[in-house]
Design a protein around this ligand. Structure first.
Ligand code: NDP
Ligand code: A1CAB
Length: 277
């Protein structure tokens, strides 16, 4: 564990909690983490874990090397402006906010003649809570290789990591893995409801649905075969799976998923232009 790493979460809600659950104990101790959140009930939940907390930025923030900006995009500029006076030369800023570009953050954190460039945009997801997350990362040019390593090691502590080159690609990561757990949860909910409609009780349907999605995912990850081959192995000619897949294909299931992803991507771009500069 790297005891040198000190972290501040600006915004201590769902995603900050998921990240901290993976980071505390692996990358830092609870006492190395400072949480700033306007909501006292949220802070009370953090304080019992042994982190320091405050409702507004203070000197503790200046003493935290890694800042993780974790408020909703709509509140990010206000939060950044409140935190900016505490920024140090060696502060490394990671923003997990959907849609807000690295360039916009750079202008908020810096001044016209000196934009702040030690910024990494990160798009994580909530399975980070159990160390099974997936994150996309984008570094501004001011980020050193050492800083990139720090961020990469943090995010590796909570799951898979991939670096991308553009804000548009971070929006694509948002549409795929950032929002993706919600699509999968909806699919599992539908499987459970389908099982119940066909006569299973809720516990049975839930157990089978979760085991099916986990098993299929693990098989896909461990197998050397393509997803298409794995799918075809389930699909006996004239059998039950073929009947089900016919319905999914005729309703354009792949297209529906891609339309949903496009809506997420488009919303990220909207947030970007709404809050730019
Ligand atoms: N949830 C997810 O799956 C993912 C979220 N993200 C991104 O993470 C960010 C946080 O999302 P999420 O954790 O879901 O949101 P939450 O609303 O759960 O958490 C944000 C917290 O920040 C607090 N807050 C608001 N304004 C300020 C401020 N000025 N200073 C300090 N704290 C403040 C909020 O208080 P209050 O509730 O009282 O307003 C809330 O407790 C978003 O930008 C989102 O795009 C990225 C990937 C996945
Ligand atoms: O819904 C959102 O906007 C955030 C970003 C990705 C997941 N949750």
């Amino acid at each position: 564990m790297n005891q040198e790493l000190t972290i501040a979460f600006i915004g201590g809600g769902n995603m900050a909690s998921a990240l901290a659950a993976g980071l505390i104990g692996k990358r830092c101790g609870a006492h190395d983490v400072h949480v700033i959140d306007i909501n006292q009930a949220v802070l009370d939940r953090w304080a019992v874990q042994g982190t320091t907390v405050s409702q507004a930025p203070d000197d503790m923030l200046a003493r935290r090397r890694l800042w993780i900006l974790a408020v909703k995009p709509q509140y990010l500029k206000e939060a950044v402006m409140q935190c900016r006076p505490f920024l140090q030369e060696d502060t490394l800023v990671v923003s997990i906010a959907a849609g807000i570009s690295a360039e916009t953050l750079s202008s908020w954190l810096g001044s016209d003649d000196k934009p702040f460039t030690r910024i990494v945009r990160c798009m994580p997801n909530t399975p980070a809570l159990i160390g099974a997350g997936a994150s996309g990362l984008l570094a501004l040019p001011g980020v050193s290789e050492d800083d990139k390593t720090v961020v990469q090691q943090c995010m590796r502590a909570v799951g898979e990591v991939t670096w991308v080159d553009t804000d548009a690609q971070i929006d694509a990561v948002t549409a795929l893995s950032g929002s993706g757990p919600a699509y999968v949860f909806l699919f599992i909910e539908a499987l459970i409801q389908g099982g119940i409609k066909q006569g299973l009780d809720e516990d049975q349907a839930r157990t089978l649905a979760l085991a099916t999605v986990t098993g299929a995912t693990q098989l896909a990850a461990l197998s050397h075969e393509s997803l298409q081959i794995l799918r075809e192995r389930v699909t006996s000619k004239g059998g039950t799976t073929a009947a089900a897949l016919d319905v999914l294909q005729s309703q354009n299931f792949p297209d529906i998923v891609q339309q949903a992803m496009l809506a997420a991507y488009t919303r990220a771009a909207e947030l970007s232009s709404e809050f730019a500069q």
